[in-house]
Design a binder for this molecule. Structure first.
Ligand code: ADP
Ligand code: MG
Length: 492
């Protein structure tokens, strides 16, 4: 479906993509969930232009677009469009002239591959009294807000509850707090979103908060501004609460805004929304997910070792890529490129480790997952070999540059298991790492890539590093099993 535009449009902003189709060379775009062309509101008002001049303006609102036409200072006819999904909020205020009322509509539109703030100021003056003009402006505000925030507008969809933001000032290059101040806080105000802010002051702080905060149902969601490591703390703090253990569901919805050096989940959420297009602006896109989103179900994976149980939303690794996750920490100051740079270095010094790998393919009917101490069932496949690595993910992206499981969705119930056996050469490992950036590695003949429900690694020694969501865990026998839809995450 395409939006049809009136033929008298002379200049149109932000028309780079309509329902997935580009009309110019802009590389990326937004998904317009449902095109709704029915006219909701129509009005002749004044528009405030630069230099504080105002001029007559025809405005139309449909379920999809705000369209406005006016003659600019140089007497050129203009017709502009703003997609409703890009509108973050509206404010209504009195103009300097007594009876006039200004409706300020604020959007974050895509311009040349980035989101830019745009404010459109419409002046309501045609109703004589100030109160009538005010009522009319409020009607526009309510209608616009209800399109993005549900029928109750600013208080709909649980928006009377605050979001809890957790910011890690030490994540990535230490930019998370600045990202919160510059990219999140202004939009919280513009969207009239209630929130509380927690800044971590030590590792494990987020885990403690999630484990120990009394009533989490007070919050609409817990939103992490950091890398995957902090969300891992949040998830594992939540699963240590008594209320989660009995219900097998996290007691609060999650949200993610990328602020770290490993931002796999943020990119996977963007991918889920964009449906195979590239994200426009990963930070702003994620802010829009958090502010306009609804809780969508997401699988977690229960990871069991001989000593511990962890809950994972992203990955489990042993060998090459686990080593890269951990050893590239020393390049933290580089930000996300640390993974690629260290990966190339490590492929010249390949390590191999022997293990027994067992997995339960998705194709079998069985869902029999024994405890780690018991042998696996007959539907499981077992391979005994030397491995360069075994790596699994349940999300499409494991960081901004690695599309690990191109077909993965947030709640498909699948663990994508990848292994490189000892026969794989150094040249092939480099080829694999390069293919991973485009998600083309599943086609490589020497890469084993299988959808499974559960798997187990039993290493012959405890030398190789093991990681869960990029964080180091103890080496030794380890088992992973999908827990379908155990979490929910804010997604548009
Ligand atoms: P990155 O993607 O850059 O690694 P993460 O969100 O994964 O960012 O955070 C890295 C680590 O920082 C996490 O393991 C977390 O435990 C730790 N951490 C959180 N808050 C603090 C803090 N205030 N000081 C030091 N470390 C912290
Ligand atoms: Mg991390």
């Amino acid at each position: 479906m395409k939006i049809t535009l009136n033929s008298d449009i002379q200049s149109s902003d932000n028309l780079s993509i309509i329902n997935g189709q580009h009309n110019d060379s802009e590389p990326v775009g937004i998904k317009v969930a449902a095109i709704d062309e029915s006219l909701l509101l129509h009005q002749t008002v004044d528009i405030l232009l630069a230099g504080n001049t105002d001029t007559k303006c025809e405005v139309e609102l449909t379920g999809t677009c705000l369209q406005y036409r006016y003659r600019d200072n140089r007497l050129k006819d203009k017709c502009k469009i703003i997609y409703v999904v890009d509108i973050i909020g509206c404010s209504v205020s009195d103009a300097t002239d007594e009876s006039k009322v200004v409706l300020n509509i604020i959007a974050y539109r895509i311009r040349r591959g980035r989101r830019k703030r745009k404010s459109v100021k419409l002046v309501f003056s045609g109703y004589g009294s100030r109160d009538h003009n005010y009522e009319e402006a409020i009607k526009w505000k309510r209608t616009i807000m209800s399109l993005n925030y549900g029928p109750y507008g600013i208080t709909g969809h649980g928006r009377h509850k605050p979001l809890m933001f957790i910011v890690n000032p030490k994540s990535g290059r230490g930019r998370a707090l600045k990202i919160f101040e510059d990219f999140v806080k202004p939009l919280l105000k513009e969207s009239e979103t209630l929130y509380e802010l927690q800044i971590t002051d030590h590792a494990n702080h987020a885990l403690e908060l999630m484990r120990d905060t009394d009533d989490l149902t007070r919050y609409r969601a817990v939103v992490v501004v950091s890398g995957d490591g902090l969300l891992y703390e949040v998830v594992n703090g939540l699963t240590k609460r008594m209320d989660t253990i009995t219900e097998e569901r996290l007691p609060v919805t999650l949200g993610i805004i990328p602020g770290g050096s490993g931002n796999g989940l943020a990119h996977s959420v963007n991918q889920a929304f964009l449906n195979h297009q590239k994200a426009v602006d990963s930070i702003y896109d994620c802010v829009l997910h958090v502010l306009q989103g609804h809780p969508l179900p997401m699988d977690l994976v229960r990871v069991t070792t001989e000593q511990n149980v962890y809950f994972s939303f992203l990955s489990l690794g042993w060998g090459l890529m686990a080593d890269i996750d951990i050893e590239s920490e020393r390049l933290r100051a580089l930000g996300e490129p640390r993974f690629t740079i260290y990966a190339l270095y490590r492929s010249f010094a390949l390590r191999k480790n022997r293990a027994r790998l067992s997995y339960l393919p998705t194709q079998t009917d069985s869902s029999d997952v024994p405890v780690l101490a018991e042998p696996v069932g007959k539907d499981w496949v077992t391979i005994d070999d030397q491995f360069i690595q075994i790596y699994a993910s349940y999300q499409s992206h494991i960081n901004s540059t690695a599309i690990f499981a191109p077909e993965a969705t947030l709640d498909d119930g699948i663990i994508w298991l990848l292994f490189l056996r000892s026969k794989v050469s150094r040249r092939q490992v480099i080829q694999f790492l390069l293919a991973l950036e485009k998600g083309r590695h599943p086609a490589l003949p020497y890469v084993d890539f299988v959808p499974v429900r559960a798997f187990r690694i039993e290493p012959y020694n405890n030398i190789g590093k093991m990681t869960v969501d990029g964080e180091l865990v103890e080496s030794g026998p380890i088992q992973a099993e999908v827990v379908p839809r155990m979490a929910t995450i804010l997604t548009r």
